[in-house]
Ligand binder design. Structure first.
Ligand SMILES: [Zn+2]
Ligand SMILES: [Zn+2]
Ligand SMILES: [Zn+2]
Length: 330
């Protein structure tokens, strides 16, 4: 029986390898159609990059610089606030999850449902912290918009208490639009049938909530997601060790270098600059460096343009910049 199964799988694999008529999700499928490295032969759970920007998105309120000037006239569909989606399809249908509920959540949910083919499925939601880019999208679940019923929302204890006791979020709880699920740091939680996650505390400005990153565990691959963190040296864990136990990492890339913040002292800015992260990891071998995908870019970050010299510098150093609509087989 096992032999039959693997024989059928092998045949399927060969058939799919030669089929180019249909779009099939691969390990590395980009929205702009860049090279597919592998073919997917089953319903492997997928991670979907739904947004790559810092909280304020782009165009960014009040920005009159070249980075946003044209976006006020012609908004770009690829400029969305940071979020990852998970799809886990099965014979019976499937499940969806979203990491973060951003101000761009309407388009991001639509993108996740369309690309996974799970058009009527609502995702469960995992939140990192109470800064507006990461949770304000919850407002769309209320009676003014979706009127959702019992969407599972996972948050750390302080964050959960904040949502339960402050408007407008408390109304989502009292009307049953969302169902709050407690998270415990370093404890494993089921995301979908075949995907799990572990919240990991990270240092950040914690006015209203703790801040966590997530290790996301699929049946074959795992991913580290840390969209917001203070300097790596202030973390009680070692980024290199955390990188070693995953296959890919989406890491805070708010700012590229000092020139982006008017040459202020980089040590004063509570984020690891991309140049700092690259220098910190520069001694790692190429396969470790290649795991890093920078995300959560400020509207001013030159890496938002793949023709910038900063973007080339990142790629030449062996790192990647996360791209919206990319999919990664878990
Ligand atoms: Zn943020
Ligand atoms: Zn701007
Ligand atoms: Zn934040």
């Amino acid at each position: 029986m096992a032999f039959m199964k693997s024989a059928i799988l092998a045949i399927l694999c060969i058939m799919l390898s030669f089929s180019c008529a249909e779009k099939s999700a691969g390990d590395e499928v980009a929205g702009d159609g860049h090279q597919m490295e592998f073919q997917r032969i089953d319903n492997t759970p997928l991670l979907h990059v739904l947004g790559t920007l810092q909280d304020g998105g782009a165009p960014h309120m009040g920005c009159d610089r070249p980075c946003c000037r044209n976006l006020f006239l012609r908004p770009a569909t690829n400029r969305k606030v940071v979020s990852l989606g998970i799809s886990d399809r099965s014979e019976e249908g499937g499940e969806l999850a979203m990491f973060e509920a951003t101000p761009d959540v309407a388009g991001q949910l639509h993108a996740l449902q369309s690309s996974s083919g799970l058009k009527d499925v609502l995702p469960s939601i995992f939140l990192t912290h109470a800064h507006i880019g990461h949770y304000a999208g919850l407002m769309n679940l209320g009676r003014e918009v979706l009127g959702a019923k019992g969407v599972p929302v996972h948050a750390m204890p302080r964050f959960r208490a904040f949502l339960e006791t402050n408007g407008p979020w408390d109304q989502l709880v009292s009307l049953g639009n969302i169902e709050l699920n407690p998270l415990v740091a370093d404890s494993i939680v089921q995301v979908t049938k075949r995907v799990q996650t572990i919240p990991i505390l990270v240092p950040h400005r914690d006015e209203y909530s703790e801040t966590v990153g997530y290790r996301i565990l699929g049946p074959s691959r795992s991913v580290l997601f840390i969209p917001d963190i203070n300097k790596w040296a202030l973390w009680e864990r070692d980024l290199k060790d955390e990188l070693a136990i995953v296959d890919r990492a989406y890491l805070d890339a708010t700012f590229f270098d000092a020139s982006e913040v008017g040459y202020r002292d980089m040590s004063e800015i509570p984020h690891p600059f991309m140049v700092e992260t690259m220098s910190f990891l520069s001694a790692l071998n190429a396969s470790e460096r290649a795991k890093v995908h920078f995300i959560h870019m400020n509207h001013t970050n030159p890496c938002l343009s793949d023709t910038s010299s900063a973007y080339r510098q990142v790629l030449n150093a062996g790192f990647h910049v996360a791209r919206i609509h990319d999919e990664y087989a878990l």
